[in-house]
Design a binder for this molecule. Structure first.
Ligand SMILES: [Zn+2]
Ligand SMILES: [Zn+2]
Length: 168
């Protein structure tokens, strides 16, 4: 599940304020090997995050699949099975020899595609609270998550409650 979670965190960081250090922290949180970034790599990753963004924002399954297909074209090459580090067999979508930007593109594009198969194109989203930049993978039981956190959900519930009826 690294791909979709990493993609969500990159999109979120883009919304919060992109930085080389922030991007490197996201990579290390997801155990991306050799994840140290120079300014140029961080910039390229930021551009990639902008392309991941519509996958989380898409309202329709067809559109989401189309966006993921575009990522697959740009981000992946010859998938292969690997059992590195004693892990269960899993797919890699880029050679280990490639640089960190290429590997992140591959793991996010390939991972989102695999996830979309399992989730029937759903369960990817962005927080519905205005101004909240968080993108998420919805692992809730019913798959209807609208907010990144209870905090954002409560904030919106209070705001709706206070809004004049005519503006609802
Ligand atoms: Zn692996
Ligand atoms: Zn939120």
């Amino acid at each position: 599940m690294t791909g979709p979670l990493l993609a969500a965190d990159l999109v979120t960081l883009r919304g919060e304020g992109w930085s080389v250090g922030g991007a490197a922290d996201v990579l290390s949180a997801h155990q991306i090997r050799r994840g140290d970034l120079d300014a140029r790599s961080a910039e390229l990753l930021g551009q990639w995050a902008d392309r991941l963004d519509p996958v989380f924002r898409a309202q329709a399954v067809d559109l989401r699949c189309e966006k993921i297909n575009q990522l697959l074209v740009s981000g992946t090459a010859l998938p292969y099975l690997t059992t590195h580090d004693g892990l269960r067999p899993h797919l890699h979508f880029a050679s280990d020899a490639q640089d960190v930007v290429a590997r992140v593109r591959a793991v996010t594009a390939g991972g989102l595609a695999l996830f979309a198969v399992e989730s029937e194109g759903a369960r990817l989203g962005v927080c519905q609270r205005d101004g909240c930049p968080v993108a998420f993978v919805d692992t809730s039981r019913n798959g209807r998550r609208a907010y990144c956190s209870a905090k954002c959900g409560n904030y919106d519930a209070v705001r709706r409650h206070r809004a004049p009826i005519s503006r609802r």
